[in-house]
Design a binder for this molecule. Sequence first.
Ligand SMILES: C[S@@+](CC[C@H](N)C(=O)[O-])C[C@H]1O[C@@H](n2cnc3c(N)ncnc32)[C@H](O)[C@@H]1O
Length: 463
Amino acid sequence: MLESHSKVCLEIPSLEEVKEELVKNPDMQNISHRIKDVFYVLENFRERREGSRSRQEYVSILELDLCACYSYNSFLIQKLKNLFPLSELQEFLEANEVPRPVTIRTNALKTRRKLLAQSLINQGANVDVLNWSSVGLVAYSSGSVPLGATLEYLAGHYILQGASSFLPVVALGPKENEKILDMCAAPGGKSTHIAALMKNTGVLFSNDFNKDRTKALIGNFHRMGITNSVITSLDGRRFSKMMPHFFDRVLVDAPCSGTGIISKDEHVKMSKEERDMKRCSHLQKELILSAIDSVDAFSATGGYICYSTCSILTEENEEVIQYALNKRNVKLVSTNLTIGREGFVNFREKRFHQSMKETRRIYPHLNNMDGFFVAKLKKTSNDIPKLNKTDGKVEKNSVKKAEIQNNKNNNVKNTKNKKVGESKIKEKLKKNKKIKTKKFAELKNKKTNEKKKKIFHAKNKNS
Ligand SMILES: C[S@@+](CC[C@H](N)C(=O)[O-])C[C@H]1O[C@@H](n2cnc3c(N)ncnc32)[C@H](O)[C@@H]1O
């Protein structure tokens, strides 16, 4: 391909020809060459485009080819195209074609990472420490026994867990003796981590709406020796009414579209549509409000809500957080995570609160982990604002401000009206006065004329 790139213009078929080719005779090699060529043209469009062909045509060809090459539907490719610059988009798509490294989280309730690593290495496994976590190991290969069947695994010394799943719990920061709710907990990767950080003290409510999935939760809790927990299977939206202001911390690891875990679940590539996003986003908004309402703002040690998804779409992340900021007395605080990109403050035509920078976005092509979003909120009051808040201020205030302004305007209007009215009256009075004086003068004239007439007649009679 480098040879062809040495030419200034590349011959790329028209959009119609590409469409026809993809329907009739898709050739993967040809498609991937064309993707490279189109990227090459778009990098320096002015100089490299053919004749007067439009940028839009090249971009449309690229989208069709990316869909065909990586097996995505056009809805998802469009969404992803909005998230990344074109060159980065392909890196993301490529990263989804490769599995993420297998990671293990040591169960600190039962063992220490060093001991665990040693015993796995003794069985022939190739493991190394995950440098940013004190409990993580990366497993490059298993030993004689698969990692999900070793004695250590069965004894609950570790759990197999994607590295990015550690992050929401690190951000949540559970403390001993607290009351914590994991609202969407099954199969329990994050819940067992929370319990370990609580050192089996306090009380951990682990809830999942799906009864079948709570079976896995129970299994993991038994295996890993969790004893401070209550397992429930309820709709998370009910906690706000059932246990208002009860918890020190709540984790909402929300159900989502799974656009961050495509390497694990290829099905996501073709199955997602706009209505799925809307449905997810709606449920996520309801879950986060319920989570906020079940946290006590005056908790001595907490008052925090951590929200996470394994989606990278703004509809399920920044939009949900912005909704929570608008509806409740909460503020974004640091996740204390040292990895990941900042959340979006500006995204296409959307504007989010400046503090959205405190949220974290994890990407497979940048962090070699599943795509994830993590946000941490601090609840500042148990009151629920009656009206929406905007830009961190309660709209009620702006309504008041608007009222004051309205009153001012009305007063100005009234004074103006009054003035206008007064001058009109004055004018009328003046007019009336003029009329009256005129009439008076006329009357006077009439009377004098009559008088004059009478004198004239009298004089005539006498003569
Ligand atoms: C991303 S998964 C949770 C993974 C889990 N936190 C872990 O680390 O193992 C989302 C979970 O939310 C559950 N869920 C869906 N709707 C729910 C609802 N309305 N209330 C509570 N849980 C719900 C699903 O059954 C699913 O298990």
